[in-house]
Design a protein around this ligand. Structure first.
Ligand code: PD2
Ligand code: ZN
Length: 284
């Protein structure tokens, strides 16, 4: 079967070239994700040649690498982790992007309690605007949402403490939990959770705790059909199962983290999630 390079892939390759990635490493990661050498090699040559012609002596701007939370110990993948006395199951893990899927992170009672506390406070979701640093309603997200303050109630405190232990990341570096509710047809288009360093509103956002370095999406109910969390760069999708969660981290605020992800449209039923974002530093 012949493969055609999509505009998104071309952009991704161009981004790698711009930040000075080794073309051999880029090629290997393309081959690892199923691309054929002959489909991508000419595109790669063209991009690297173009870059050289544009700036023969230019050094690519270095993208800072950040420390990130890591839930799994080195060595073999464990089937479960004991976290504050709770058996959290390890279902799957991937290296690039760094993704770990957990089972039984939350009890069904905790899921129900979070929904009950959030429900009266739901409003059409906004996203942090990287152009202004404020928040704005965004068409890419068609869910309703709300934020809890960190430590706002006993259930948030318990879940935040569990996540801090699971991830080995200070509780103070976490944003308050966000709850989202998707009805049939609602989705969250693919995006990155880090703040784009090229946007002018980003410096003001970073004053409060620095960059986001990881995300935990916790599923509060079973969406019947659809509503998976997708990672389009690697064709991976996590089913929303009540009490389960997907963790992913990004050590660079850059597409080379391969953490492009989205919430697929809910086809049947509804979907409730709680999202925790982890920052580099204390989030006050
Ligand atoms: O609902 C999801 O699966 C989802 C997908 C992408 C949530 C988020 N991003 C998020 O809360 O950032
Ligand atoms: Zn997201």
């Amino acid at each position: 079967m012949t493969q055609t390079v999509t505009p998104e892939l071309r952009q991704w390759i161009a981004d790698q070239a711009k930040v000075g990635a080794d073309p051999e490493v880029v090629l290997k990661s393309l081959l690892d994700t199923g691309w054929h050498r002959e489909a991508v090699i000419d595109e790669m040559r063209q991009i690297w040649r173009g870059l050289h012609e544009e700036h023969p002596a230019a050094q690519p701007a270095p993208v800072p690498v950040m420390r990130v939370p890591e839930p799994l110990p080195e060595g073999g993948i464990p089937s479960a982790l004991l976290v504050d006395g709770r058996e959290v199951r390890v279902i799957a893990a991937m290296r690039l992007p760094r993704v770990v899927v957990f089972g039984n992170l939350l009890s069904h009672e905790e899921c129900d309690a979070l929904i009950a506390l959030a429900r009266p406070r739901m409003a059409r979701s906004d996203v942090v605007s990287v152009t202004t640093g404020g928040s704005e309603i965004h068409a890419a997200r068609t869910s309703d949402g709300m934020f809890f303050q960190r430590g706002e109630n006993e259930i948030c405190q318990r879940i935040e403490a569990r996540l801090a232990t699971l991830l080995g990341w200070p509780l103070e570096n976490g944003e308050g939990l966000q709850v989202l509710h998707y009805r049939p047809g609602a989705e969250y288009k693919p995006h990155y959770d880090y703040f784009d360093p090229k946007e002018k509103g980003t410096p003001s956002i970073l004053q409060r705790g620095g960059q986001r370095v990881a995300t935990v999406v916790m599923y509060l109910n079973d969406a019947k059909v659809g509503g998976g969390t997708t990672f389009p760069d690697v064709n991976f999708e996590v089913a929303p199962v009540k009490g389960n969660a997907v963790f992913f981290s990004y050590d660079k605020a850059h597409s080379s983290s391969r953490t492009l992800h989205g919430g697929a449209p809910v086809v049947e039923g509804e979907k409730w999630i709680a999202t925790k974002w982890l920052r580099e530093g204390e989030f006050r």
